[in-house]
Design a binder for this molecule. Sequence first.
Ligand code: F6R
Length: 316
Amino acid sequence: MKAQEWIERLPEQFVVYEITTISPNDYRGIVFTGMGGSGIVGDVLKLFLEKDGVRVPVLSLRGYELPPYVREGWLLVAISYSGNTEETLSVADEGIKRGLKVVCVSSGGKLREVAQREGLDFVEVPSNYAPRYAFGFMLSAVMSLFGKKDPIERIRKHLEESKGEIKETAYRIAQVVQNYIPIVYGTPLTEPIAFRWKTQVNENSKTLCYTATLPELHHNEVVGLDNPITRNLCHFIILWDPEDHPRVKRRVQITEELFKELGLAPIVLQGKGDTLEERLLYLAYLEDWVSFYLAEFYGYDPLPVKVIDRIKEALN
Ligand code: F6R
């Protein structure tokens, strides 16, 4: 099965691209844009750049339009694995019109044509994958763009070494959450991975899955736990990182206590690894396998996403 082979070989996707690097602080601001399996790359890079101490605003944008304040002097990184996603093409077009520096990342498609026509920087990633299974290629391409070569190498080695343990843990998690709606809670540092967790369960396991983030969820979501009818349909997973703000860590403990009082046992996870990058990719790889095993338990082929294809066709 193709999906399994791709997930199995994800660590190999972490390769350094030999491209001209960009210094983020040379720009007034940075916008990443992309949808679905490509959009997640911008979320992760925004987090990495902020952790590195970037001094300009960084946005990760999904949709058709650039905010009005994004103008000349900003950098736009447009990421679409197929190169044919209309929202991403629309933002790229707007970026060109406003005179932004635009870099395109894709395996081909219309985005490559636009880049060639307009003389834009273009980073080509390997073709013939489904977009969400090319996450490592796209992330490495954009990390290479910002000169984050050492972290790429470290991630690759770390995922290769941890694969056995990750698969075992993922299998156990999938056994526990099957027949429930998984609810994945993140923190400011794990939020993009919690979101990726949701989207992978949606697309691979063909299953609803929702996410919420601390501390915000302490101001609304937790009240929703009162109703046992909906609460008992769900199984909860909490992702946190040792570098999270101390008050966020305290809030993770309080959340666990709340759940215990309700007789629920959330799965509380932190990624393994020496650096934030390694730990987040550990959690992302774990989630790939959880969604794969869940698909297996429910009897689905993880690969096809027929309804996404249908919507794209309907828009043509
Ligand atoms: C399918 C997948 C989708 C796509 C999304 C955008 O595998 O992951 O979420 O990523 O429909 O398409 P691309 O990535 O080609 O811009």
